[in-house]
Design a protein around this ligand. Structure first.
Ligand code: CMP
Length: 139
């Protein structure tokens, strides 16, 4: 059934003016952008969003990176949206990403990996609610 996932176009990608190119790849993969906004995340927002990683060695660098420039947060809708988005994103580490994926094409490193996507329906719902009010999502 059609459902939703949450995506972030990260600072390395907005810096290189790749918002449109990445969004086109999401759309070509069968996803529809039903909400989108360009924001500068606050430190508190980034720390809260990535709280699950707070004890990981890369946490401080990850937060610093995510607040280093604008990001575009999006809600994507489509059949099996979570998996569809993860497939088109490719592996977290671009060295392991398949040909034709966003990260293979654009990511600079495991940290500057151009996009984030939810990893489950439960996390998608929580991540969408973290950044969007229901009335900001227009299906
Ligand atoms: P993301 O899907 O946004 O979720 C957590 C992010 O941490 C991940 O993408 C990576 O960009 C970043 N990260 C940085 N270093 C690592 C690492 N060693 N392992 C996993 N994720 C990492």
């Amino acid at each position: 059934a059609a459902n939703r996932t949450f995506s972030i176009i990260k600072p390395d990608a907005t810096r290189r003016n790749l918002t449109g190119a990445i969004t086109a790849m999401l759309e070509e993969a069968g996803l529809r952008v039903v909400a989108s906004k360009r924001i500068r995340m606050s430190r508190e927002q980034a720390e809260g969003f990535y709280a699950v990683h707070k004890d990981r060695p890369f946490f401080a660098d990850l937060v610093a990176f995510m607040i280093s420039g604008p990001v575009v947060v999006q809600v994507l809708e489509g059949e099996n949206a979570v998996k569809r988005n993860r497939d088109i994103m490719g592996a977290t580490n671009p060295e392991n990403a398949d040909e034709g994926t966003i990260r293979k094409r654009f990511a600079e490193s495991i940290e500057a990996n151009s996009v984030h996507g939810s990893d489950s329906d439960e996390n998608a719902a929580a991540e969408i609610a973290y950044f969007f009010k229901p009335e900001e999502i227009v299906g």
